[in-house]
Write a protein that binds this ligand. Structure first.
Ligand SMILES: Nc1ncnc2c1ncn2[C@@H]1O[C@H](COP(=O)(O)OP(=O)(O)OP(=O)(O)O)[C@@H](O)[C@H]1O
Ligand SMILES: [Mg+2]
Length: 279
């Protein structure tokens, strides 16, 4: 009798532990969703001022050209003895040379901000929390643009893209999976390495993979990476939820998240999505 009770208690303890894990996963995915919402909100808010600052910048470039030409013409009317000290006093030659450069740099900066906003919107796709037919390469590219700065110190990123059909998916969630895989790959590289993003398809599957020349994993470690909270990163740096969450997203897409790894050589994670999912 007491043995039976012990069994029940163990079962309850197991179920409670599973519940805790599921709660954490839910919390994490809610966090991601609100992060996406925040990103889309910020992108939307910035879009408006950036729009008028950009068009003002174009006018500023034209006006400053006109003003410089006007000053040059007027200054020719003044005799040289007066003109030269005045031009020197206002550093006129320097201003003439520097002003167009400043305007050009500002325009470049603005167009970078416009690109970032575009990528943020693409990344979060808040309005598309539903399954849609999407171009995988577009999501891959905007996710890459977002993390390019962080990756560039760790790795050269190589793209090896095949022709792909559109995929039935929730783009923001697949972007999240790719982001997790890219960050893991960068973390696995100790000095400087290569991160390769490949895509491909056959009759049944469409896939993308992220491979790295990082430290790789021993079989025992490989067997645990999809366990919630399994992390080898220092406290505070990893929650160990990136891969379990990624796997549950891929499974929601009726897909498979495969991994292969060789210690000291590198790892490769492949996301396979069905070409004809059951609707
Ligand atoms: N590309 C990789 N190369 C080597 N080890 C990896 C790689 N990707 C994952 N791992 C191992 O798997 C573990 C779990 O990864 P996971 O993404 O789930 O969590 P994490 O990266 O530690 O934390 P986070 O929750 O911030 O993602 C990592 O701590 C690391 O030990
Ligand atoms: Mg991770």
């Amino acid at each position: 009798m007491s043995q039976r009770n012990n069994g029940k208690e163990a079962q309850i303890a197991r179920l409670e532990a599973q519940l805790l894990v599921l709660k954490e996963q839910l919390l994490q995915s809610e966090k991601l969703a609100s992060l996406g919402q925040l990103a889309a909100g910020v992108a939307h808010e910035i879009n408006n001022p950036i729009g008028y600052v950009s068009s003002n910048m174009k006018m500023l470039a034209e006006y400053s050209d006109s003003l410089i030409n006007l000053v040059k013409l007027l200054s020719m009317q003044v005799d040289e003895a007066q003109r030269l000290p005045l031009l020197a006093q206002f550093d006129f030659d320097y201003v003439c040379a520097d002003l167009p450069k400043l305007v050009q740099e500002s325009e470049q900066g603005l167009s970078r901000v416009v690109d970032i906003i575009h990528d943020l919107k693409d990344f979060s796709h808040i309005e598309e929390a539903e399954f849609v037919e999407a171009d995988l390469h577009q999501g891959i590219q905007s996710t890459l643009n977002l993390v390019a700065n962080e990756l560039k110190y760790k790795a050269d990123v190589v793209k090896d893209f095949a022709e792909l059909p559109s995929v039935h998916c929730i783009p923001s969630q697949l972007n999240q999976v790719l982001l997790n895989l890219l960050i893991n790959a960068a973390h696995a590289i100790e000095q400087h390495g290569i991160i390769r993003i490949s895509t491909g398809c056959n009759d049944n599957w469409v896939w993308f993979s992220v491979s790295d020349t990082g430290k790789g994993m021993e079989p025992a470690q490989l067997g645990r990476i999809f366990e919630p909270f399994y992390t080898t990163k220092p406290k505070g740096q990893g929650t160990g939820l990136g891969l379990p969450l990624s796997r549950s997203i891929v499974e929601k897409h009726q897909g498979v998240l495969d991994v292969s790894s060789t210690p000291g050589v590198g790892s490769c994670f492949t996301v396979k999505l069905p070409r004809q999912p059951q609707l």
